[in-house]
Ligand binder design. Structure first.
Ligand code: ZN
Length: 259
């Protein structure tokens, strides 16, 4: 039997929610065969601690600016990102630009979300890095941008929540679909359909910890330890064995981010 690892492709383990028990959590992840997690970047203010945690626990990471933090001075935010990311030249653990994207649910800064995202798409293209994309209620706008900016390594639409048709449009552009804890909610039938109808090659899995706690969870805080349940649910929807789905998901994430 080949050995299979699990990678949580999206977990904010640098966030203060984990300050009290980060070490114990990483130990519990090892015990659960979770090899690592990818830590996305969210804003200049967060990068120092993010890089510190990523170095301490040897986690791959992305650098980027999340749409919630897009501000009027987005050009200077972008200048900071460029200098920080070029400062990481040769760092093997830097695996992506992101997370970046569009969020109309929190769209009070929409006018700056768009130029900030476009600048990050250009940066990903220039550095030949894949993207970690966040998209809420803005799939048409994001699909239009991604069709226009054809990126060498595409990326992932993380925490995907949309129809099978929308997922297919991203896949056609070379993107993978990031499936998270929403899948565990009984009423997420749209997402269940996406996972059962598309080939396993389309997906990677994630928890988006500490956000996105599944509805049935006992803890208020989400952690990468939930990833096993997400994989089991995906295997069930794909009508394949847990081992097979786990192996495929690992090979998908390793391929996308060159882990
Ligand atoms: Zn995130």
């Amino acid at each position: 039997m080949s050995e299979s690892y699990i990678v949580d492709s999206h977990a904010h383990l640098d966030f203060p929610e984990f300050d009290d028990d980060r070490q114990a959590l990483f130990a519990a992840m090892q015990d659960a065969n979770i090899r690592t997690c990818i830590i996305p970047g969210v804003s200049p203010h967060h990068w120092d601690k993010q890089l510190e945690v990523a170095a301490q626990y040897n986690c791959p990471f992305g650098l980027g600016i999340h749409p919630w933090w897009a501000a009027e001075h987005w050009q200077s935010q972008m200048a900071e990102l460029r200098s920080r990311i070029y400062g990481q030249a040769g760092e093997q653990r830097l695996v992506a630009v992101g997370e970046c994207g569009l969020d109309k649910h929190r769209g009070e800064n929409w006018q700056w979300q768009l130029p900030l995202l476009e600048a990050q798409l250009e940066l990903a293209s220039e550095l030949e890095l894949p993207l970690i994309l966040h998209c809420v209620k803005a799939h048409n706008e994001l699909l239009a941008l991604l069709s226009y900016h054809k990126l060498p390594r595409a990326g992932v639409i993380h925490g995907f929540y949309g129809s099978t048709d929308i997922a297919r449009r991203y896949i056609k552009l070379g993107y993978r679909i990031g499936i998270g804890g929403l899948l565990l909610n009984k009423d997420a039938s749209k997402l269940h359909k996406v996972v059962s109808e598309l080939p396993i090659e389309s997906f990677i899995c994630e928890t988006d910890s500490p956000a996105m706690t599944p509805k049935n969870a006992s803890e208020r805080r989400n952690t990468p330890l939930v990833i096993g349940q997400i994989i089991t649910k995906m295997a069930h929807l794909q009508k394949k064995s847990n081992v097979l789905i786990s192996e495929r998901l690992y090979s998908n994430v390793a391929q996308l981010f060159e882990l």
